[in-house]
Design a protein around this ligand. Structure first.
Ligand SMILES: N[C@@H](CCC(=O)N[C@@H](CS)C(=O)NCC(=O)O)C(=O)O
Length: 332
């Protein structure tokens, strides 16, 4: 059986894998998993990827999740040209460096703009508040500056003179906000030039084809998204009353502020020794009500004699050793 790649081109890592596969003519069968219809949650897809995310790869009985693992698997299996994942130690390290960094920086900050601008009007009937948009844009600008200064420097591509997997993943993350009319390349000639080079290396037409779903705003209309999927998407915008410890988004975003106080209580209550002496299974330990389970469940049950002990009585201590300062070290 041939290789199957499960994907939705709305997803940035899926587009990166798709462009890589197509530009290297890899023999993959593309299987559409429509995220906005919730198809990643079906039993059928769970058999391919228990994480219920795309992209996912199936090579016979072997299945693989995570875009980076999939890209590396394909590059190795099909021995694609060296520049994608260079054998040279330091060039490869540059690719690895970017791949390690991108999750919480470029990926997180660019996709959150798309999610807010796309989902907020659908879920709340209102556009994203101007201050929120400004703070999201500022967050993205910080990582874009880092990307330009640290990862691109004055090189044509991240690993040097040739395009690599890192460029492909980075570019597809950065075009994501274009889907809601936010252009991260605006006013950034260095980034724009780099984009032109990457698209030139893999083929502009292929990139356009991969981004067709993203760049068609009618795909994001509420009537195309089932209510249960919309409900699930609320978590991305902090529209649930979750305490900060569960929040994926900025703790100080306006949506989470009302829940800041109970969460602070939890955090404060974790600390005091009085609470630490209660065992997790003791119902009386749920002193902070609704949030109490979190406080206690974080702690491991102690063995007898472990954990905070009463101060040792004088009888159990050895005689004081004479010291100059008189503070006294004790004999063991
Ligand atoms: N770290 C994973 C992320 C995969 C991921 O989160 N994919 C998103 C689309 S970009 C997804 O499938 N989301 C489905 C969901 O959250 O229900 C990768 O790089 O493959």
């Amino acid at each position: 059986m041939g290789l199957e790649l499960y994907l939705d081109l709305l997803s940035q890592p899926c587009r990166a894998v798709y462009i890589f596969a197509r530009s290297n003519n890899l023999p993959l069968e593309f299987k559409q998993v429509e995220l906005l219809k919730g198809q990643q949650k079906t039993e059928e897809f769970r058999k391919v990827n228990l994480l219920m995310t795309v992209p996912a790869l199936k090579d016979g009985a072997f299945t693989l999740a995570e875009s980076i693992a999939i890209l590396l698997y394909l590059a190795r299996k099909f021995k694609t040209p060296d520049h994608w994942y260079p054998a040279d130690l330091q060039k490869r390290a540059r690719v690895d460096e970017y791949l390690s960094w991108q999750h919480t920086s470029i990926r997180a900050k660019a996709s959150t703009i798309l999610l807010h601008k796309m989902l907020m009007p659908i879920l709340t009937g209102k556009p994203v508040p101007a201050e929120k948009m400004q703070s999201l844009t500022e967050d993205l600008n910080v990582v874009l500056n880092q990307f330009e200064e640290k990862f691109l420097e004055d090189k044509p591509f991240i690993a040097g003179t040739e395009v690599s997997l890192a460029d492909l993943l980075a570019l597809e993350e950065l075009v994501e906000p274009l889907g809601v009319g936010h252009d991260p390349f605006e006013g950034r000639p260095k980034l724009t030039e780099w984009r032109r080079r990457v698209e030139g290396a893999v083929g502009k037409q292929l990139c356009q084809e991969a981004r067709q779903v993203l760049l068609n705003p009618s795909n994001f209309s509420a009537d195309k998204i089932p209510p249960e999927v919309l409900e699930g998407l609320k978590k991305y915008l902090n529209l649930y009353p979750l305490p900060l410890v569960f929040s994926r988004r900025s703790p100080l975003s306006e949506e989470t502020v009302p829940f800041f106080t109970p969460t602070l209580n939890v955090l404060i209550n974790i600390g005091p020794p009085k609470q630490r002496t209660t065992l997790p299974h003791d119902p009386s330990s749920h002193q902070d009500g609704h949030w109490g389970w979190r406080t206690t469940s974080r702690r491991r049950r102690r063995c007898p004699g472990e954990g905070p002990q009463p101060p040792p009585s004088r009888a159990r201590l050895g005689p004081r050793l004479p010291t100059r300062g008189g503070s006294g070290r004790r004999r063991q």
